[in-house]
Design a protein around this ligand. Sequence first.
Ligand SMILES: NC(=O)c1ccc[n+]([C@@H]2O[C@H](COP(=O)([O-])OP(=O)(O)OC[C@H]3O[C@@H](n4cnc5c(N)ncnc54)[C@H](O)[C@@H]3O)[C@@H](O)[C@H]2O)c1
Length: 382
Amino acid sequence: MCAISVKKMLKVELKTHRHRYPFYAGRGLLSLSGHILSRHLPPRSLLVVSDEVVSRLYAEEFLRGLREQGFQPFLYTVKEGEGSKSLANAARLYNAALEAGLDRNSAVTALGGGVAGDLAGFVASTYLRGVPFVQVPTTLLAMVDSSVGGKVAVNHPLGKNLIGTFYQPSLILADLKTLETLPRREYISGLAELLKYGIIRDVKLFTRLEQFLPKHLEEVKSPVGSFASSDNMLKYITRAVMIKGEVVFRDEKESGERRILNFGHTFAHALEAASDFQYYLHGEAVAVGMAMAARLSHLLGLLDARSTERITGLIKRFHVPPPPSGLKVEEVMRAFYYDKKKQGEHPVFILARELGDPFVYKDPPAHLVTAVLEAYLHKGIL
Ligand SMILES: NC(=O)c1ccc[n+]([C@@H]2O[C@H](COP(=O)([O-])OP(=O)(O)OC[C@H]3O[C@@H](n4cnc5c(N)ncnc54)[C@H](O)[C@@H]3O)[C@@H](O)[C@H]2O)c1
Protein backbone atom coordinates (compact mmCIF):
# COMPACT_ATOMS: atom_id res chain seq x y z
CA MET A 1 0.00 0.00 0.00
CA CYS A 2 1.42 3.37 -1.02
CA ALA A 3 1.85 5.89 1.78
CA ILE A 4 -0.55 8.76 1.30
CA SER A 5 1.05 12.09 2.11
CA VAL A 6 -1.65 14.48 3.05
CA LYS A 7 -1.19 16.77 6.01
CA LYS A 8 -4.31 15.61 7.71
CA MET A 9 -6.81 13.01 6.62
CA LEU A 10 -9.60 11.80 8.85
CA LYS A 11 -11.55 8.65 8.27
CA VAL A 12 -15.01 7.83 9.57
CA GLU A 13 -16.22 4.23 9.31
CA LEU A 14 -19.87 4.17 8.31
CA LYS A 15 -22.09 1.15 8.34
CA THR A 16 -25.57 -0.11 7.75
CA HIS A 17 -26.72 -3.58 8.74
CA ARG A 18 -25.49 -5.01 5.44
CA HIS A 19 -22.76 -2.66 4.34
CA ARG A 20 -19.68 -0.81 5.58
CA TYR A 21 -17.93 2.07 3.92
CA PRO A 22 -15.42 4.76 4.81
CA PHE A 23 -15.71 8.53 4.63
CA TYR A 24 -12.29 10.10 4.01
CA ALA A 25 -11.89 13.81 4.54
CA GLY A 26 -8.81 15.97 4.16
CA ARG A 27 -7.13 18.58 2.02
CA GLY A 28 -5.59 17.58 -1.28
CA LEU A 29 -7.28 14.20 -1.63
CA LEU A 30 -8.41 14.66 -5.24
CA SER A 31 -4.96 14.09 -6.66
CA LEU A 32 -4.73 10.93 -4.53
CA SER A 33 -8.03 9.62 -5.81
CA GLY A 34 -6.48 6.53 -7.41
CA HIS A 35 -4.57 5.56 -4.26
CA ILE A 36 -7.59 5.97 -2.05
CA LEU A 37 -10.07 4.26 -4.38
CA SER A 38 -7.73 1.34 -4.94
CA ARG A 39 -7.90 0.55 -1.19
CA HIS A 40 -11.51 -0.42 -1.81
CA LEU A 41 -11.96 -1.20 -5.50
CA PRO A 42 -9.52 -2.90 -7.82
CA PRO A 43 -8.63 -0.66 -10.80
CA ARG A 44 -11.49 -0.73 -13.23
CA SER A 45 -13.55 1.36 -15.64
CA LEU A 46 -15.40 4.20 -13.96
CA LEU A 47 -18.16 6.44 -15.17
CA VAL A 48 -17.48 9.82 -13.53
CA VAL A 49 -20.55 12.05 -13.34
CA SER A 50 -19.96 15.75 -12.76
CA ASP A 51 -21.53 19.10 -13.57
CA GLU A 52 -20.03 21.71 -15.87
CA VAL A 53 -18.77 23.99 -13.08
CA VAL A 54 -17.17 21.27 -10.99
CA SER A 55 -15.79 19.47 -14.01
CA ARG A 56 -14.03 22.63 -15.19
CA LEU A 57 -12.46 23.12 -11.76
CA TYR A 58 -11.62 19.62 -10.63
CA ALA A 59 -12.09 16.86 -13.22
CA GLU A 60 -8.57 17.02 -14.60
CA GLU A 61 -6.87 16.57 -11.21
CA PHE A 62 -9.31 13.86 -10.15
CA LEU A 63 -9.05 11.87 -13.38
CA ARG A 64 -5.26 12.14 -13.41
CA GLY A 65 -5.15 10.67 -9.91
CA LEU A 66 -7.34 7.79 -11.05
CA ARG A 67 -5.37 7.05 -14.22
CA GLU A 68 -2.09 6.99 -12.30
CA GLN A 69 -3.38 3.96 -10.43
CA GLY A 70 -4.75 2.13 -13.45
CA PHE A 71 -8.40 3.18 -13.37
CA GLN A 72 -10.04 4.03 -16.70
CA PRO A 73 -12.38 6.93 -16.05
CA PHE A 74 -15.03 8.14 -18.53
CA LEU A 75 -16.22 11.63 -17.70
CA TYR A 76 -19.86 12.56 -18.31
CA THR A 77 -20.77 16.16 -17.58
CA VAL A 78 -24.28 17.51 -17.01
CA LYS A 79 -25.39 21.12 -16.69
CA GLU A 80 -25.15 22.47 -13.17
CA GLY A 81 -28.35 22.85 -11.19
CA GLU A 82 -31.34 20.92 -9.94
CA GLY A 83 -32.77 20.47 -13.45
CA SER A 84 -30.06 17.90 -14.16
CA LYS A 85 -31.48 15.44 -11.62
CA SER A 86 -33.83 13.99 -14.25
CA LEU A 87 -34.78 10.62 -15.66
CA ALA A 88 -33.75 11.98 -19.07
CA ASN A 89 -30.20 12.50 -17.77
CA ALA A 90 -30.23 9.09 -16.11
CA ALA A 91 -31.10 7.60 -19.52
CA ARG A 92 -28.24 9.53 -21.12
CA LEU A 93 -25.89 8.16 -18.49
CA TYR A 94 -27.05 4.57 -19.12
CA ASN A 95 -26.33 5.15 -22.82
CA ALA A 96 -22.89 6.58 -22.07
CA ALA A 97 -22.10 3.65 -19.76
CA LEU A 98 -23.22 1.09 -22.35
CA GLU A 99 -21.32 2.80 -25.16
CA ALA A 100 -18.19 2.86 -23.00
CA GLY A 101 -18.66 -0.87 -22.45
CA LEU A 102 -19.03 -0.58 -18.67
CA ASP A 103 -19.88 -3.96 -17.19
CA ARG A 104 -20.67 -5.21 -13.70
CA ASN A 105 -17.02 -4.86 -12.73
CA SER A 106 -17.17 -1.15 -13.44
CA ALA A 107 -18.26 1.59 -11.05
CA VAL A 108 -19.99 4.95 -11.08
CA THR A 109 -18.48 7.97 -9.37
CA ALA A 110 -20.07 11.32 -8.54
CA LEU A 111 -17.77 14.34 -8.57
CA GLY A 112 -19.79 17.33 -7.43
CA GLY A 113 -22.54 18.50 -5.12
CA GLY A 114 -25.78 16.81 -4.17
CA VAL A 115 -27.11 17.02 -7.70
CA ALA A 116 -24.26 15.00 -9.22
CA GLY A 117 -24.33 12.66 -6.20
CA ASP A 118 -28.05 11.92 -6.31
CA LEU A 119 -28.09 11.45 -10.09
CA ALA A 120 -24.94 9.31 -10.26
CA GLY A 121 -26.09 7.25 -7.28
CA PHE A 122 -29.45 6.58 -8.91
CA VAL A 123 -27.69 5.41 -12.07
CA ALA A 124 -25.22 3.27 -10.07
CA SER A 125 -28.09 1.61 -8.21
CA THR A 126 -29.97 0.67 -11.40
CA TYR A 127 -27.32 0.13 -14.10
CA LEU A 128 -26.95 -3.63 -14.59
CA ARG A 129 -28.94 -4.03 -11.35
CA GLY A 130 -26.36 -2.07 -9.42
CA VAL A 131 -22.63 -1.40 -9.72
CA PRO A 132 -20.31 0.03 -7.03
CA PHE A 133 -20.73 3.71 -6.36
CA VAL A 134 -18.19 6.27 -5.15
CA GLN A 135 -19.11 9.70 -3.83
CA VAL A 136 -16.67 12.60 -4.21
CA PRO A 137 -18.65 15.51 -2.74
CA THR A 138 -17.46 19.04 -3.54
CA THR A 139 -20.04 21.15 -1.67
CA LEU A 140 -20.31 21.44 2.10
CA LEU A 141 -23.92 20.31 1.89
CA ALA A 142 -22.91 17.18 -0.01
CA MET A 143 -20.06 16.44 2.42
CA VAL A 144 -22.16 16.65 5.58
CA ASP A 145 -25.45 15.43 4.20
CA SER A 146 -26.25 14.18 0.73
CA SER A 147 -23.21 11.94 0.16
CA VAL A 148 -23.83 10.05 3.41
CA GLY A 149 -26.64 7.61 4.10
CA GLY A 150 -27.47 6.20 0.69
CA LYS A 151 -30.49 8.17 -0.47
CA VAL A 152 -30.22 8.62 -4.23
CA ALA A 153 -32.89 10.00 -6.53
CA VAL A 154 -33.94 11.98 -9.55
CA ASN A 155 -36.78 14.47 -9.72
CA HIS A 156 -40.17 14.03 -11.39
CA PRO A 157 -42.18 16.91 -12.87
CA LEU A 158 -44.60 16.39 -9.94
CA GLY A 159 -41.96 16.73 -7.24
CA LYS A 160 -38.38 16.54 -6.08
CA ASN A 161 -36.65 13.22 -5.39
CA LEU A 162 -39.77 11.20 -6.20
CA ILE A 163 -37.91 8.50 -8.17
CA GLY A 164 -35.14 7.00 -6.10
CA THR A 165 -33.61 4.17 -4.14
CA PHE A 166 -31.50 3.55 -1.06
CA TYR A 167 -28.03 2.65 -2.26
CA GLN A 168 -24.93 2.97 -0.11
CA PRO A 169 -21.63 4.01 -1.68
CA SER A 170 -18.43 1.95 -1.49
CA LEU A 171 -16.59 4.99 -0.20
CA ILE A 172 -16.81 8.75 0.12
CA LEU A 173 -13.84 10.96 -0.55
CA ALA A 174 -14.18 14.58 0.57
CA ASP A 175 -11.39 16.97 -0.41
CA LEU A 176 -11.89 20.14 1.64
CA LYS A 177 -9.74 22.12 -0.81
CA THR A 178 -12.67 21.98 -3.21
CA LEU A 179 -14.80 23.98 -0.76
CA GLU A 180 -12.55 27.00 -1.29
CA THR A 181 -14.12 27.75 -4.68
CA LEU A 182 -17.72 27.57 -3.44
CA PRO A 183 -19.86 30.66 -3.85
CA ARG A 184 -20.72 32.18 -0.46
CA ARG A 185 -24.41 31.28 -0.67
CA GLU A 186 -23.67 27.64 -1.44
CA TYR A 187 -21.26 27.49 1.47
CA ILE A 188 -23.73 29.04 3.88
CA SER A 189 -26.35 26.62 2.68
CA GLY A 190 -24.02 23.80 3.77
CA LEU A 191 -23.33 25.48 7.11
CA ALA A 192 -27.06 25.34 7.82
CA GLU A 193 -27.06 21.55 7.43
CA LEU A 194 -23.95 21.38 9.61
CA LEU A 195 -25.66 23.40 12.32
CA LYS A 196 -28.61 21.01 12.16
CA TYR A 197 -26.45 18.20 13.59
CA GLY A 198 -25.56 20.39 16.55
CA ILE A 199 -29.21 21.17 17.19
CA ILE A 200 -30.48 17.62 16.92
CA ARG A 201 -27.67 15.59 18.46
CA ASP A 202 -24.64 17.38 19.77
CA VAL A 203 -24.89 20.37 22.08
CA LYS A 204 -21.08 20.58 22.21
CA LEU A 205 -20.94 20.95 18.43
CA PHE A 206 -23.74 23.54 18.61
CA THR A 207 -21.82 25.51 21.25
CA ARG A 208 -18.62 25.41 19.18
CA LEU A 209 -20.50 26.63 16.12
CA GLU A 210 -22.11 29.31 18.25
CA GLN A 211 -18.62 30.57 19.10
CA PHE A 212 -17.10 30.08 15.66
CA LEU A 213 -19.79 30.99 13.17
CA PRO A 214 -20.74 34.62 13.93
CA LYS A 215 -17.26 36.03 13.16
CA HIS A 216 -16.70 33.50 10.38
CA LEU A 217 -19.98 34.43 8.71
CA GLU A 218 -19.14 38.14 8.81
CA GLU A 219 -15.78 37.55 7.13
CA VAL A 220 -16.59 34.90 4.58
CA LYS A 221 -16.35 36.00 0.96
CA SER A 222 -17.35 34.61 -2.38
CA PRO A 223 -15.66 32.37 -3.37
CA VAL A 224 -15.09 31.21 0.15
CA GLY A 225 -11.32 30.64 0.17
CA SER A 226 -9.21 28.89 2.76
CA PHE A 227 -11.69 29.47 5.59
CA ALA A 228 -13.69 26.55 4.32
CA SER A 229 -10.87 24.05 4.46
CA SER A 230 -9.59 24.83 7.96
CA ASP A 231 -8.80 22.22 10.60
CA ASN A 232 -11.89 23.33 12.49
CA MET A 233 -14.05 22.67 9.47
CA LEU A 234 -12.48 19.23 9.04
CA LYS A 235 -13.48 18.39 12.61
CA TYR A 236 -17.01 19.71 12.21
CA ILE A 237 -17.55 17.87 8.95
CA THR A 238 -16.37 14.54 10.33
CA ARG A 239 -18.47 15.01 13.47
CA ALA A 240 -21.55 15.70 11.34
CA VAL A 241 -20.86 12.61 9.25
CA MET A 242 -20.50 10.47 12.39
CA ILE A 243 -23.85 11.70 13.66
CA LYS A 244 -25.60 11.07 10.37
CA GLY A 245 -23.90 7.66 10.12
CA GLU A 246 -25.14 6.64 13.58
CA VAL A 247 -28.70 7.70 12.84
CA VAL A 248 -28.72 5.95 9.45
CA PHE A 249 -27.26 2.80 11.02
CA ARG A 250 -30.24 2.58 13.35
CA ASP A 251 -32.83 3.46 10.72
CA GLU A 252 -31.56 3.19 7.15
CA LYS A 253 -34.94 3.39 5.43
CA GLU A 254 -36.32 6.32 7.42
CA SER A 255 -39.12 4.52 9.19
CA GLY A 256 -38.37 6.13 12.54
CA GLU A 257 -35.30 7.82 13.98
CA ARG A 258 -33.85 8.95 10.61
CA ARG A 259 -36.70 11.41 10.39
CA ILE A 260 -34.96 13.61 12.98
CA LEU A 261 -32.49 14.51 10.22
CA ASN A 262 -35.41 16.42 8.73
CA PHE A 263 -35.38 18.99 11.53
CA GLY A 264 -36.54 22.24 9.89
CA HIS A 265 -37.27 20.46 6.62
CA THR A 266 -41.09 20.47 6.76
CA PHE A 267 -41.07 24.26 6.79
CA ALA A 268 -38.16 24.33 4.34
CA HIS A 269 -39.83 22.07 1.76
CA ALA A 270 -43.08 24.01 1.98
CA LEU A 271 -41.27 27.35 1.54
CA GLU A 272 -39.27 25.97 -1.39
CA ALA A 273 -42.35 24.47 -3.05
CA ALA A 274 -44.47 27.60 -2.50
CA SER A 275 -41.73 29.68 -4.15
CA ASP A 276 -41.43 27.20 -7.06
CA PHE A 277 -37.94 26.12 -5.99
CA GLN A 278 -36.63 29.33 -7.56
CA TYR A 279 -35.92 31.52 -4.56
CA TYR A 280 -33.99 29.69 -1.84
CA LEU A 281 -31.03 27.40 -1.99
CA HIS A 282 -32.02 24.24 -0.14
CA GLY A 283 -29.77 24.95 2.85
CA GLU A 284 -31.09 28.51 3.09
CA ALA A 285 -34.63 27.17 3.30
CA VAL A 286 -33.44 24.68 5.92
CA ALA A 287 -31.90 27.52 7.95
CA VAL A 288 -35.22 29.38 7.91
CA GLY A 289 -37.11 26.14 8.58
CA MET A 290 -34.97 25.32 11.62
CA ALA A 291 -35.64 28.75 13.12
CA MET A 292 -39.35 28.19 12.51
CA ALA A 293 -39.23 24.70 14.02
CA ALA A 294 -37.58 26.18 17.11
CA ARG A 295 -40.25 28.89 17.34
CA LEU A 296 -43.05 26.36 16.90
CA SER A 297 -41.50 24.15 19.58
CA HIS A 298 -41.46 27.16 21.88
CA LEU A 299 -45.08 28.13 21.13
CA LEU A 300 -46.09 24.57 21.98
CA GLY A 301 -44.41 24.98 25.36
CA LEU A 302 -41.73 22.42 24.53
CA LEU A 303 -38.55 24.42 24.01
CA ASP A 304 -37.55 27.09 26.55
CA ALA A 305 -37.02 30.71 25.56
CA ARG A 306 -33.24 30.59 26.05
CA SER A 307 -32.69 27.60 23.71
CA THR A 308 -35.10 29.06 21.16
CA GLU A 309 -33.14 32.30 21.21
CA ARG A 310 -29.81 30.48 20.88
CA ILE A 311 -31.03 28.66 17.76
CA THR A 312 -32.79 31.56 16.08
CA GLY A 313 -30.07 34.06 17.10
CA LEU A 314 -27.40 31.99 15.38
CA ILE A 315 -29.50 31.43 12.28
CA LYS A 316 -30.05 35.19 11.95
CA ARG A 317 -26.28 35.52 11.52
CA PHE A 318 -26.53 33.45 8.32
CA HIS A 319 -28.15 36.45 6.59
CA VAL A 320 -30.32 34.26 4.39
CA PRO A 321 -32.38 36.18 1.81
CA PRO A 322 -35.51 37.90 3.22
CA PRO A 323 -38.89 36.22 2.67
CA PRO A 324 -39.95 36.25 -0.99
CA SER A 325 -42.14 39.28 -1.55
CA GLY A 326 -45.79 38.44 -2.09
CA LEU A 327 -45.55 34.88 -0.74
CA LYS A 328 -48.72 34.21 1.24
CA VAL A 329 -49.14 32.16 4.41
CA GLU A 330 -51.94 30.13 2.73
CA GLU A 331 -49.62 29.17 -0.13
CA VAL A 332 -47.07 27.75 2.29
CA MET A 333 -49.80 26.03 4.34
CA ARG A 334 -51.09 24.38 1.15
CA ALA A 335 -47.58 23.15 0.33
CA PHE A 336 -47.44 21.17 3.62
CA TYR A 337 -49.98 18.80 2.18
CA TYR A 338 -47.66 17.89 -0.69
CA ASP A 339 -44.73 17.11 1.58
CA LYS A 340 -43.44 13.58 1.00
CA LYS A 341 -42.79 13.27 4.72
CA LYS A 342 -46.38 13.86 5.77
CA GLN A 343 -48.24 10.86 7.13
CA GLY A 344 -51.83 10.53 5.92
CA GLU A 345 -53.30 13.98 5.88
CA HIS A 346 -51.33 15.34 8.80
CA PRO A 347 -48.20 17.38 8.27
CA VAL A 348 -45.33 15.94 10.30
CA PHE A 349 -42.80 18.24 11.94
CA ILE A 350 -39.55 17.49 13.69
CA LEU A 351 -39.52 19.68 16.77
CA ALA A 352 -37.21 19.98 19.75
CA ARG A 353 -37.77 19.64 23.50
CA GLU A 354 -34.29 20.99 24.08
CA LEU A 355 -31.04 21.29 22.20
CA GLY A 356 -30.02 17.76 21.23
CA ASP A 357 -33.49 16.28 21.79
CA PRO A 358 -35.62 16.30 18.63
CA PHE A 359 -38.79 14.30 18.12
CA VAL A 360 -41.57 13.75 15.61
CA TYR A 361 -44.68 15.88 16.13
CA LYS A 362 -47.75 15.20 13.99
CA ASP A 363 -50.24 17.83 13.06
CA PRO A 364 -49.57 20.72 15.42
CA PRO A 365 -52.43 23.22 15.82
CA ALA A 366 -52.78 25.15 12.55
CA HIS A 367 -53.04 28.51 14.32
CA LEU A 368 -49.56 28.07 15.83
CA VAL A 369 -48.03 27.06 12.50
CA THR A 370 -49.77 30.06 10.95
CA ALA A 371 -48.40 32.36 13.67
CA VAL A 372 -44.83 31.22 12.96
CA LEU A 373 -45.31 31.65 9.21
CA GLU A 374 -46.91 35.07 9.62
CA ALA A 375 -44.07 36.31 11.81
CA TYR A 376 -41.57 35.26 9.14
CA LEU A 377 -43.45 36.19 5.98
CA HIS A 378 -44.93 39.47 7.22
CA LYS A 379 -42.20 40.72 9.54
CA GLY A 380 -39.11 38.73 8.52
CA ILE A 381 -38.85 37.27 12.06
CA LEU A 382 -36.70 34.18 12.27
N1 LIG B 1 -29.41 12.27 -0.94
C1 LIG B 1 -29.59 12.98 0.14
O1 LIG B 1 -29.63 12.46 1.26
C2 LIG B 1 -29.72 14.46 0.01
C3 LIG B 1 -29.70 15.27 1.16
C4 LIG B 1 -29.74 16.65 0.99
C5 LIG B 1 -29.84 17.18 -0.29
N2 LIG B 1 -29.88 16.36 -1.37
C6 LIG B 1 -29.94 16.91 -2.72
O2 LIG B 1 -28.74 17.62 -2.95
C7 LIG B 1 -28.98 18.62 -3.93
C8 LIG B 1 -28.36 19.91 -3.46
O3 LIG B 1 -26.97 19.69 -3.32
P1 LIG B 1 -25.93 20.89 -3.43
O4 LIG B 1 -26.36 21.97 -2.54
O5 LIG B 1 -24.59 20.29 -3.26
O6 LIG B 1 -26.21 21.43 -4.90
P2 LIG B 1 -25.46 21.30 -6.31
O7 LIG B 1 -24.95 19.95 -6.55
O8 LIG B 1 -26.43 21.86 -7.30
O9 LIG B 1 -24.24 22.30 -6.15
C9 LIG B 1 -24.51 23.66 -5.92
C10 LIG B 1 -23.77 24.56 -6.91
O10 LIG B 1 -22.40 24.61 -6.52
C11 LIG B 1 -21.57 24.32 -7.63
N3 LIG B 1 -20.40 23.66 -7.07
C12 LIG B 1 -20.32 22.42 -6.56
N4 LIG B 1 -19.11 22.22 -6.02
C13 LIG B 1 -18.41 23.36 -6.22
C14 LIG B 1 -17.12 23.78 -5.86
N5 LIG B 1 -16.31 22.99 -5.15
N6 LIG B 1 -16.71 25.02 -6.22
C15 LIG B 1 -17.55 25.85 -6.89
N7 LIG B 1 -18.80 25.53 -7.24
C16 LIG B 1 -19.22 24.28 -6.89
C17 LIG B 1 -22.41 23.46 -8.53
O11 LIG B 1 -21.97 23.55 -9.87
C18 LIG B 1 -23.78 24.08 -8.35
O12 LIG B 1 -23.91 25.21 -9.19
C19 LIG B 1 -30.48 18.71 -4.11
O13 LIG B 1 -30.83 18.08 -5.31
C20 LIG B 1 -31.03 17.92 -2.92
O14 LIG B 1 -32.27 17.30 -3.21
C21 LIG B 1 -29.82 15.03 -1.24
